[in-house]
Design a protein around this ligand. Structure first.
Ligand SMILES: [Mg+2]
Length: 270
């Protein structure tokens, strides 16, 4: 049986074998606009020990360029290949299973531009599938088009399941809430992508060429970050710097493999 003194050794030996750290951002790397203490040193330690890292967010209202700028303002400069959003997971999924098909996309202007640039065939009628992203420019007209298309047989896909997005002013309705509106009108439920679904892991594997055994999902939410690892065979590392408190684990089916106070403590065992 392990004693408390054995614990850092076990954590160290698990993490030593891993090649890629998939990092959540809010609650893990920063809180709102404030960097969490030790985050930059954690990245330096990853680089010094030859580990790869990738930021991942379910937020599909913005593109990776937004997060590249945000991280740069906090002192971390990364290239575009080091960040993925649930929008990227959706593009990856559409290219595999809806190659060349007609897609009606409900999304912000910058996300729509990204889908077009990546070769997705966007349309407003006769769609093979309706894709709902976190559309902060949503209108009744867009909802009406989506409902009509789905009622007429288009598939229904959502970038991620979150009902609410936390902001400094409290929760704002997210992609899952928009899908609930469409479900209420059409009786159809979407296929969800993003965390915690398998398509997110597939997208990361396609992007990096690694296997699930190589990957650690790092985050502050049990039902998204840790669930992605738990349900699809990767390692889940929970940080207590955001939403989850230790007592939340008692009522959770989803269990992390490793628990740390913050990225600062992870850096100490790498
Ligand atoms: Mg988070």
């Amino acid at each position: 049986m392990l004693t408390e003194e054995d614990e850092p050794v076990v954590k160290e030996s698990i993490l030593k074998t891993k090649k890629l750290f998939v990092l959540d951002m809010d609650g893990t790397f920063y809180l709102g606009d404030r960097l969490i203490d030790g985050s930059l040193d954690f990245i330096k330690k990853l680089e010094a020990t030859g580990k790869q890292y990738l930021f991942f967010t379910n937020n599909s209202s913005k593109t990776s360029d937004f997060y590249i700028k945000k991280l740069a303002s906090m002192g971390l400069n990364i290239t575009k290949d080091r960040i993925l959003t649930s929008g990227d997971v959706t593009i990856n999924y559409l290219k595999k299973y809806y190659n060349g098909k007609r897609i009606y996309l409900m999304a912000t202007e910058i996300v729509e531009k990204e889908f077009l640039e990546r070769g997705i065939n966007l349309c407003t009628d006769d769609a093979d599938a309706v894709v709902v992203a976190f559309d902060t420019s949503l209108t009744y007209e867009k909802l009406n088009i989506a409902c009509k298309l789905i009622r007429n047989g288009s598939d229904f896909i959502a970038t991620h399941p979150d009902f609410n997005c936390p902001t400094e002013d409290g929760f704002i309705p997210d992609c899952g809430a928009m899908c609930a509106f469409i479900t209420a009108s059409t009786g159809k439920k979407p296929k969800y992508l993003g965390k915690p679904y398998k398509e997110t892991v597939d997208c990361i594997l396609d992007h990096t060429g690694l296997t699930v055994d190589d990957i650690v999902f790092v985050g502050d939410r049990l039902y998204t970050d840790i669930a992605t690892a738990y349900y699809h065979g990767a390692t889940g590392l929970l940080v207590l710097s955001g939403e989850t408190k230790l007592k939340d684990l008692e009522n959770s089916d989803v269990k992390p493999d490793l628990i740390f106070e913050s990225l600062k403590e992870v850096a100490e065992v790498l």
